[in-house]
Design a protein around this ligand. Structure first.
Ligand SMILES: Cc1ncc(COP(=O)(O)O)c(C=O)c1O
Ligand SMILES: [Zn+2]
Length: 411
Protein backbone atom coordinates (compact mmCIF):
# COMPACT_ATOMS: atom_id res chain seq x y z
CA UNK A 1 0.00 0.00 0.00
CA UNK A 2 1.88 3.01 1.24
CA UNK A 3 -0.33 5.75 -0.16
CA UNK A 4 -3.11 7.00 2.07
CA UNK A 5 -6.55 6.32 0.62
CA UNK A 6 -8.76 6.91 3.67
CA UNK A 7 -9.32 10.65 3.87
CA UNK A 8 -9.75 10.79 7.65
CA UNK A 9 -13.37 11.88 7.35
CA UNK A 10 -16.74 10.28 7.97
CA UNK A 11 -19.90 11.12 6.03
CA UNK A 12 -23.49 10.58 7.15
CA UNK A 13 -25.26 8.30 4.70
CA UNK A 14 -28.59 9.96 5.48
CA UNK A 15 -27.98 13.73 5.54
CA UNK A 16 -24.52 13.86 3.95
CA UNK A 17 -22.87 15.87 6.72
CA UNK A 18 -19.13 15.24 7.07
CA UNK A 19 -17.08 15.09 10.25
CA UNK A 20 -13.56 14.19 11.30
CA UNK A 21 -12.63 10.58 11.96
CA UNK A 22 -13.04 10.16 15.71
CA UNK A 23 -14.71 7.47 17.78
CA UNK A 24 -18.42 8.32 17.49
CA UNK A 25 -21.55 6.26 17.19
CA UNK A 26 -23.64 8.21 14.69
CA UNK A 27 -24.11 11.43 12.72
CA UNK A 28 -23.96 14.45 15.05
CA UNK A 29 -26.81 16.09 13.09
CA UNK A 30 -29.36 13.35 12.44
CA UNK A 31 -28.05 10.17 14.17
CA UNK A 32 -27.76 8.46 10.77
CA UNK A 33 -25.01 5.89 10.11
CA UNK A 34 -21.55 7.25 9.27
CA UNK A 35 -19.31 5.96 6.50
CA UNK A 36 -15.61 6.58 5.87
CA UNK A 37 -14.64 8.75 2.89
CA UNK A 38 -11.91 7.52 0.55
CA UNK A 39 -9.72 9.10 -2.11
CA UNK A 40 -10.75 7.30 -5.29
CA UNK A 41 -7.71 8.49 -7.29
CA UNK A 42 -5.33 7.25 -4.62
CA UNK A 43 -7.11 3.87 -4.70
CA UNK A 44 -6.55 3.66 -8.47
CA UNK A 45 -2.90 4.55 -8.24
CA UNK A 46 -2.19 2.24 -5.37
CA UNK A 47 -3.84 -0.79 -7.00
CA UNK A 48 -2.09 -0.06 -10.28
CA UNK A 49 1.29 -0.07 -8.56
CA UNK A 50 0.57 -3.17 -6.50
CA UNK A 51 -2.09 -5.36 -8.14
CA UNK A 52 -4.36 -7.10 -5.63
CA UNK A 53 -3.88 -10.69 -6.96
CA UNK A 54 -0.20 -10.56 -6.05
CA UNK A 55 -0.82 -9.74 -2.42
CA UNK A 56 -0.91 -11.89 0.71
CA UNK A 57 -3.93 -14.09 1.41
CA UNK A 58 -5.66 -12.07 4.10
CA UNK A 59 -8.37 -9.44 4.07
CA UNK A 60 -5.64 -6.80 4.21
CA UNK A 61 -5.12 -7.36 0.48
CA UNK A 62 -7.99 -4.82 0.19
CA UNK A 63 -6.41 -2.26 2.53
CA UNK A 64 -7.15 0.65 0.18
CA UNK A 65 -10.86 0.06 0.79
CA UNK A 66 -10.58 0.04 4.57
CA UNK A 67 -10.60 3.10 6.86
CA UNK A 68 -7.12 2.75 8.35
CA UNK A 69 -4.26 5.22 8.36
CA UNK A 70 -1.28 2.90 8.67
CA UNK A 71 -0.28 -0.75 8.78
CA UNK A 72 -2.75 -3.39 10.02
CA UNK A 73 -2.48 -4.02 13.75
CA UNK A 74 -5.04 -6.78 14.26
CA UNK A 75 -6.51 -9.66 12.29
CA UNK A 76 -3.22 -10.26 10.52
CA UNK A 77 -4.44 -13.70 9.41
CA UNK A 78 -8.12 -12.90 8.95
CA UNK A 79 -10.13 -13.21 5.76
CA UNK A 80 -9.35 -14.74 2.35
CA UNK A 81 -11.51 -17.74 3.21
CA UNK A 82 -12.35 -20.34 0.55
CA UNK A 83 -15.11 -19.95 -2.02
CA UNK A 84 -16.05 -23.60 -2.48
CA UNK A 85 -17.96 -24.94 -5.49
CA UNK A 86 -20.78 -27.04 -4.00
CA UNK A 87 -21.83 -29.51 -6.70
CA UNK A 88 -23.59 -32.03 -4.48
CA UNK A 89 -25.49 -29.38 -2.58
CA UNK A 90 -26.45 -27.64 -5.85
CA UNK A 91 -28.46 -30.73 -6.82
CA UNK A 92 -30.36 -30.69 -3.56
CA UNK A 93 -31.04 -26.96 -3.68
CA UNK A 94 -31.99 -27.18 -7.35
CA UNK A 95 -29.67 -24.65 -8.97
CA UNK A 96 -27.03 -25.10 -11.65
CA UNK A 97 -24.12 -23.39 -9.91
CA UNK A 98 -23.71 -23.06 -6.17
CA UNK A 99 -20.82 -21.66 -4.17
CA UNK A 100 -20.17 -21.58 -0.44
CA UNK A 101 -18.30 -18.56 0.88
CA UNK A 102 -16.85 -20.45 3.80
CA UNK A 103 -16.21 -18.23 6.79
CA UNK A 104 -16.45 -21.22 9.14
CA UNK A 105 -12.67 -21.28 8.71
CA UNK A 106 -12.00 -17.59 9.20
CA UNK A 107 -9.12 -16.90 11.57
CA UNK A 108 -8.64 -16.65 14.45
CA UNK A 109 -12.18 -17.23 15.73
CA UNK A 110 -14.07 -19.15 13.02
CA UNK A 111 -16.63 -16.57 11.95
CA UNK A 112 -16.90 -13.59 9.60
CA UNK A 113 -16.72 -11.32 12.65
CA UNK A 114 -12.93 -11.72 12.49
CA UNK A 115 -13.16 -9.28 9.57
CA UNK A 116 -14.92 -6.44 11.38
CA UNK A 117 -12.71 -6.87 14.44
CA UNK A 118 -9.51 -6.79 12.33
CA UNK A 119 -10.47 -3.32 11.13
CA UNK A 120 -11.97 -1.94 14.34
CA UNK A 121 -9.11 -3.04 16.62
CA UNK A 122 -6.57 -1.59 14.20
CA UNK A 123 -8.59 1.61 14.45
CA UNK A 124 -8.84 1.44 18.26
CA UNK A 125 -5.05 1.19 18.43
CA UNK A 126 -4.67 4.11 16.01
CA UNK A 127 -6.93 6.14 18.32
CA UNK A 128 -4.80 5.10 21.30
CA UNK A 129 -7.70 3.36 23.07
CA UNK A 130 -6.72 0.59 25.47
CA UNK A 131 -9.92 -1.22 26.32
CA UNK A 132 -11.86 -2.89 23.53
CA UNK A 133 -15.48 -3.87 24.10
CA UNK A 134 -18.59 -4.92 22.21
CA UNK A 135 -22.26 -5.81 22.45
CA UNK A 136 -22.50 -9.22 20.90
CA UNK A 137 -24.63 -12.25 20.14
CA UNK A 138 -21.48 -14.36 20.55
CA UNK A 139 -19.33 -14.39 17.43
CA UNK A 140 -18.26 -10.79 17.67
CA UNK A 141 -17.30 -11.35 21.30
CA UNK A 142 -15.15 -14.32 20.26
CA UNK A 143 -13.38 -12.40 17.51
CA UNK A 144 -12.77 -9.48 19.83
CA UNK A 145 -11.49 -11.67 22.67
CA UNK A 146 -9.00 -13.51 20.46
CA UNK A 147 -7.71 -10.52 18.53
CA UNK A 148 -7.49 -8.26 21.60
CA UNK A 149 -5.42 -10.94 23.36
CA UNK A 150 -3.01 -11.05 20.43
CA UNK A 151 -2.78 -7.25 20.32
CA UNK A 152 -2.22 -7.02 24.07
CA UNK A 153 -5.45 -5.10 24.68
CA UNK A 154 -7.98 -5.52 27.47
CA UNK A 155 -11.34 -6.86 26.28
CA UNK A 156 -14.81 -6.63 27.79
CA UNK A 157 -17.66 -8.40 26.03
CA UNK A 158 -21.31 -7.82 26.88
CA UNK A 159 -23.62 -10.62 25.81
CA UNK A 160 -27.18 -11.86 26.44
CA UNK A 161 -26.92 -14.46 29.23
CA UNK A 162 -28.61 -17.24 27.21
CA UNK A 163 -25.77 -17.69 24.69
CA UNK A 164 -24.33 -21.03 23.66
CA UNK A 165 -21.73 -22.34 26.11
CA UNK A 166 -18.93 -22.59 23.54
CA UNK A 167 -19.24 -18.93 22.67
CA UNK A 168 -19.03 -17.87 26.32
CA UNK A 169 -16.08 -20.14 27.12
CA UNK A 170 -14.22 -19.14 23.95
CA UNK A 171 -14.31 -15.51 25.04
CA UNK A 172 -13.35 -16.13 28.64
CA UNK A 173 -10.52 -18.52 27.71
CA UNK A 174 -8.92 -15.65 25.80
CA UNK A 175 -8.97 -13.51 28.92
CA UNK A 176 -11.90 -11.28 28.00
CA UNK A 177 -14.17 -10.16 30.80
CA UNK A 178 -17.49 -11.69 29.86
CA UNK A 179 -20.49 -9.75 31.15
CA UNK A 180 -23.68 -11.82 30.80
CA UNK A 181 -26.69 -9.52 30.72
CA UNK A 182 -30.22 -10.52 31.61
CA UNK A 183 -32.45 -9.89 28.61
CA UNK A 184 -32.26 -9.74 24.83
CA UNK A 185 -29.49 -8.28 22.67
CA UNK A 186 -31.22 -4.93 22.23
CA UNK A 187 -30.86 -4.28 25.96
CA UNK A 188 -27.17 -5.20 25.79
CA UNK A 189 -26.72 -2.80 22.91
CA UNK A 190 -28.43 0.07 24.72
CA UNK A 191 -26.21 -0.46 27.75
CA UNK A 192 -23.15 -0.38 25.50
CA UNK A 193 -24.24 2.92 23.98
CA UNK A 194 -24.34 4.40 27.49
CA UNK A 195 -21.02 2.80 28.42
CA UNK A 196 -19.28 4.17 25.33
CA UNK A 197 -19.88 7.72 26.54
CA UNK A 198 -19.32 7.04 30.21
CA UNK A 199 -16.26 4.75 30.17
CA UNK A 200 -14.12 5.83 27.20
CA UNK A 201 -13.90 2.33 25.76
CA UNK A 202 -13.51 1.36 22.13
CA UNK A 203 -16.87 -0.35 21.76
CA UNK A 204 -16.26 -1.71 18.31
CA UNK A 205 -19.88 -1.89 17.15
CA UNK A 206 -20.96 1.30 18.87
CA UNK A 207 -18.49 4.20 18.81
CA UNK A 208 -16.22 2.51 16.23
CA UNK A 209 -19.14 1.26 14.14
CA UNK A 210 -18.31 3.34 11.05
CA UNK A 211 -14.89 1.64 10.81
CA UNK A 212 -15.96 -1.76 12.11
CA UNK A 213 -18.74 -2.22 9.53
CA UNK A 214 -16.37 -1.61 6.62
CA UNK A 215 -14.62 -4.89 7.47
CA UNK A 216 -17.67 -6.77 6.17
CA UNK A 217 -17.00 -5.43 2.68
CA UNK A 218 -14.12 -7.88 2.42
CA UNK A 219 -16.62 -10.77 2.12
CA UNK A 220 -17.85 -9.23 -1.12
CA UNK A 221 -14.40 -8.28 -2.40
CA UNK A 222 -13.27 -11.86 -1.93
CA UNK A 223 -16.34 -13.34 -3.64
CA UNK A 224 -15.80 -11.13 -6.69
CA UNK A 225 -12.07 -11.82 -6.88
CA UNK A 226 -12.46 -15.56 -6.28
CA UNK A 227 -15.05 -15.79 -9.07
CA UNK A 228 -12.39 -14.40 -11.41
CA UNK A 229 -13.22 -10.69 -11.02
CA UNK A 230 -16.93 -10.79 -11.69
CA UNK A 231 -20.18 -10.54 -9.76
CA UNK A 232 -22.36 -13.57 -8.97
CA UNK A 233 -26.02 -13.49 -10.03
CA UNK A 234 -27.30 -14.07 -6.46
CA UNK A 235 -25.91 -13.92 -2.94
CA UNK A 236 -27.86 -15.19 0.08
CA UNK A 237 -26.80 -13.55 3.33
CA UNK A 238 -27.82 -14.15 6.96
CA UNK A 239 -28.98 -10.98 8.72
CA UNK A 240 -28.94 -9.89 12.35
CA UNK A 241 -28.25 -6.15 12.59
CA UNK A 242 -28.36 -6.08 8.78
CA UNK A 243 -24.87 -4.68 8.28
CA UNK A 244 -23.19 -7.56 6.43
CA UNK A 245 -25.68 -7.64 3.54
CA UNK A 246 -25.42 -3.87 3.09
CA UNK A 247 -21.66 -3.97 3.02
CA UNK A 248 -21.46 -6.84 0.54
CA UNK A 249 -23.52 -4.72 -1.82
CA UNK A 250 -21.27 -1.72 -1.16
CA UNK A 251 -18.16 -3.78 -1.90
CA UNK A 252 -19.54 -4.82 -5.30
CA UNK A 253 -20.36 -1.19 -6.06
CA UNK A 254 -16.84 -0.10 -5.18
CA UNK A 255 -15.25 -2.75 -7.40
CA UNK A 256 -17.57 -1.78 -10.27
CA UNK A 257 -16.78 1.90 -9.67
CA UNK A 258 -13.04 1.30 -9.97
CA UNK A 259 -13.48 -0.85 -13.07
CA UNK A 260 -12.21 -3.98 -11.31
CA UNK A 261 -15.38 -5.91 -12.21
CA UNK A 262 -18.02 -5.34 -14.87
CA UNK A 263 -21.44 -4.21 -13.71
CA UNK A 264 -24.00 -7.01 -13.94
CA UNK A 265 -27.32 -7.92 -12.30
CA UNK A 266 -26.54 -9.18 -8.79
CA UNK A 267 -29.37 -9.75 -6.34
CA UNK A 268 -28.77 -9.74 -2.60
CA UNK A 269 -31.19 -11.89 -0.63
CA UNK A 270 -31.52 -11.80 3.15
CA UNK A 271 -32.29 -14.67 5.51
CA UNK A 272 -33.39 -14.60 9.15
CA UNK A 273 -34.87 -17.26 11.40
CA UNK A 274 -38.66 -17.21 11.51
CA UNK A 275 -38.53 -16.46 15.26
CA UNK A 276 -36.59 -13.23 14.69
CA UNK A 277 -37.25 -11.89 11.22
CA UNK A 278 -38.06 -8.16 11.37
CA UNK A 279 -36.20 -7.36 8.12
CA UNK A 280 -37.62 -10.33 6.20
CA UNK A 281 -41.14 -9.39 7.27
CA UNK A 282 -40.67 -5.84 6.04
CA UNK A 283 -39.33 -7.06 2.68
CA UNK A 284 -42.16 -9.52 2.18
CA UNK A 285 -44.99 -7.26 3.33
CA UNK A 286 -43.77 -4.31 1.28
CA UNK A 287 -43.46 -2.21 4.45
CA UNK A 288 -41.47 1.01 4.36
CA UNK A 289 -40.01 0.44 7.80
CA UNK A 290 -38.67 -2.39 9.91
CA UNK A 291 -40.85 -3.10 12.95
CA UNK A 292 -38.88 -4.50 15.92
CA UNK A 293 -39.77 -7.95 17.30
CA UNK A 294 -38.94 -9.97 20.42
CA UNK A 295 -36.63 -12.82 19.34
CA UNK A 296 -37.58 -16.44 19.92
CA UNK A 297 -35.25 -18.80 18.06
CA UNK A 298 -32.39 -21.27 18.54
CA UNK A 299 -30.35 -19.07 16.20
CA UNK A 300 -28.83 -16.93 18.91
CA UNK A 301 -26.29 -15.24 16.64
CA UNK A 302 -29.11 -13.69 14.59
CA UNK A 303 -31.41 -12.89 17.53
CA UNK A 304 -31.48 -9.12 17.11
CA UNK A 305 -35.07 -7.87 17.29
CA UNK A 306 -34.34 -4.21 16.52
CA UNK A 307 -31.71 -4.23 13.76
CA UNK A 308 -29.49 -1.13 13.61
CA UNK A 309 -29.05 -1.40 9.84
CA UNK A 310 -32.56 -2.66 9.14
CA UNK A 311 -33.57 0.25 6.88
CA UNK A 312 -30.39 -0.04 4.83
CA UNK A 313 -30.68 -3.81 4.54
CA UNK A 314 -34.22 -3.31 3.26
CA UNK A 315 -33.00 -0.80 0.68
CA UNK A 316 -30.13 -3.09 -0.35
CA UNK A 317 -32.45 -6.04 -0.94
CA UNK A 318 -35.07 -4.05 -2.83
CA UNK A 319 -32.72 -2.06 -5.03
CA UNK A 320 -30.74 -5.16 -6.03
CA UNK A 321 -33.86 -7.09 -7.02
CA UNK A 322 -33.40 -9.50 -4.13
CA UNK A 323 -35.89 -11.15 -1.85
CA UNK A 324 -35.92 -12.53 1.69
CA UNK A 325 -36.85 -15.70 3.54
CA UNK A 326 -37.41 -16.73 7.15
CA UNK A 327 -37.12 -20.51 7.61
CA UNK A 328 -38.28 -22.21 10.82
CA UNK A 329 -35.81 -23.43 13.45
CA UNK A 330 -36.59 -26.99 12.31
CA UNK A 331 -35.61 -26.18 8.71
CA UNK A 332 -32.47 -24.43 9.98
CA UNK A 333 -31.27 -27.48 11.93
CA UNK A 334 -32.03 -29.78 9.03
CA UNK A 335 -30.07 -27.52 6.70
CA UNK A 336 -27.03 -27.56 8.99
CA UNK A 337 -26.98 -31.35 8.54
CA UNK A 338 -27.58 -31.16 4.79
CA UNK A 339 -24.62 -28.78 4.39
CA UNK A 340 -22.35 -30.98 6.50
CA UNK A 341 -23.42 -34.21 4.79
CA UNK A 342 -23.13 -32.95 1.22
CA UNK A 343 -20.16 -30.61 1.38
CA UNK A 344 -18.30 -31.35 4.62
CA UNK A 345 -18.88 -27.83 5.88
CA UNK A 346 -20.09 -27.65 9.48
CA UNK A 347 -21.89 -24.36 9.99
CA UNK A 348 -23.36 -22.73 13.04
CA UNK A 349 -27.07 -21.98 13.18
CA UNK A 350 -26.69 -18.83 11.06
CA UNK A 351 -25.35 -21.03 8.22
CA UNK A 352 -28.44 -23.20 8.52
CA UNK A 353 -30.52 -20.04 8.10
CA UNK A 354 -28.65 -19.13 4.90
CA UNK A 355 -29.09 -22.56 3.33
CA UNK A 356 -32.69 -23.06 4.45
CA UNK A 357 -33.46 -19.51 3.27
CA UNK A 358 -31.90 -20.23 -0.13
CA UNK A 359 -33.94 -23.41 -0.46
CA UNK A 360 -37.11 -21.42 0.16
CA UNK A 361 -36.10 -18.75 -2.36
CA UNK A 362 -35.54 -21.40 -5.03
CA UNK A 363 -38.90 -23.03 -4.28
CA UNK A 364 -40.60 -19.64 -4.55
CA UNK A 365 -38.87 -18.84 -7.85
CA UNK A 366 -36.91 -15.82 -6.58
CA UNK A 367 -33.82 -17.78 -7.65
CA UNK A 368 -34.07 -19.71 -10.92
CA UNK A 369 -32.82 -23.27 -11.60
CA UNK A 370 -30.23 -22.05 -14.13
CA UNK A 371 -28.88 -19.33 -11.87
CA UNK A 372 -25.62 -19.03 -9.99
CA UNK A 373 -25.84 -18.56 -6.23
CA UNK A 374 -23.32 -17.79 -3.50
CA UNK A 375 -24.26 -18.76 0.07
CA UNK A 376 -22.63 -16.68 2.82
CA UNK A 377 -21.81 -19.29 5.48
CA UNK A 378 -20.61 -17.12 8.30
CA UNK A 379 -19.68 -19.18 11.36
CA UNK A 380 -18.50 -22.61 12.56
CA UNK A 381 -20.85 -25.34 13.81
CA UNK A 382 -18.74 -26.32 16.81
CA UNK A 383 -19.88 -23.10 18.44
CA UNK A 384 -23.54 -24.10 18.45
CA UNK A 385 -23.53 -27.89 18.83
CA UNK A 386 -26.20 -27.89 21.52
CA UNK A 387 -28.74 -26.76 18.92
CA UNK A 388 -28.31 -30.17 17.26
CA UNK A 389 -28.75 -32.18 20.47
CA UNK A 390 -32.48 -32.89 19.87
CA UNK A 391 -31.61 -34.35 16.45
CA UNK A 392 -28.68 -36.50 17.58
CA UNK A 393 -29.24 -40.15 16.62
CA UNK A 394 -26.50 -41.92 18.53
CA UNK A 395 -27.19 -45.35 20.03
CA UNK A 396 -26.18 -46.65 23.47
CA UNK A 397 -22.53 -47.60 24.17
CA UNK A 398 -21.44 -51.17 23.42
CA UNK A 399 -18.71 -53.44 24.76
CA UNK A 400 -15.43 -53.49 22.85
CA UNK A 401 -15.89 -56.78 21.02
CA UNK A 402 -16.73 -57.81 17.47
CA UNK A 403 -19.98 -59.57 18.34
CA UNK A 404 -21.30 -56.46 20.01
CA UNK A 405 -20.26 -54.41 16.97
CA UNK A 406 -22.03 -56.86 14.63
CA UNK A 407 -25.14 -56.71 16.77
CA UNK A 408 -25.03 -52.91 16.77
CA UNK A 409 -24.68 -52.82 12.97
CA UNK A 410 -27.53 -55.26 12.36
CA UNK A 411 -30.68 -53.53 11.14
C1 LIG B 1 -22.54 -16.02 12.27
C2 LIG B 1 -23.20 -14.71 11.95
N1 LIG B 1 -23.68 -14.54 10.72
C3 LIG B 1 -24.29 -13.39 10.36
C4 LIG B 1 -24.47 -12.35 11.27
C5 LIG B 1 -25.23 -11.12 10.81
O1 LIG B 1 -24.48 -9.99 10.69
P1 LIG B 1 -25.12 -8.54 10.69
O2 LIG B 1 -25.38 -8.19 12.12
O3 LIG B 1 -24.07 -7.70 10.05
O4 LIG B 1 -26.40 -8.60 9.89
C6 LIG B 1 -23.98 -12.49 12.56
C7 LIG B 1 -24.12 -11.40 13.53
O5 LIG B 1 -23.85 -11.52 14.70
C8 LIG B 1 -23.33 -13.70 12.92
O6 LIG B 1 -22.84 -13.92 14.16
ZN1 LIG C 1 -26.82 12.86 9.28
Amino acid sequence: MGERTFLGRLRCSVCGVECGATPQAACPECFGPLEPVYDREAQYRSIERSPIPQREGTLWRYAEFLPVDGAPRAGLESGWTPLRRARRLAQIVGVRTLWIKDDTVNRPSLSFKDRVVAVSLTKALEFGLEVAACASTGNLANALAAQAARAGMKAVVLVPDDLERAKILFSSAHGARVVPIRGVYDKVNRLCAEAADALGWAIVNVNLRAYYAEGSKTVGFEIAEQLGWRLPRHVVVPMAGGSLITKIRKSFREFVGLGLVRDAPCSLHGAQPDGCSPIVRAVRSGAKEVTPVTPKTVVRSLAIGDPADGPRALETIRSSGGSAAAPTDEEVLESIEILARTEGVFAETAGGVTLAGAQRLVREGAIGPDDEVVLAITGHGLKTVEALEPRARIGPSIDANLDALRAWLAP
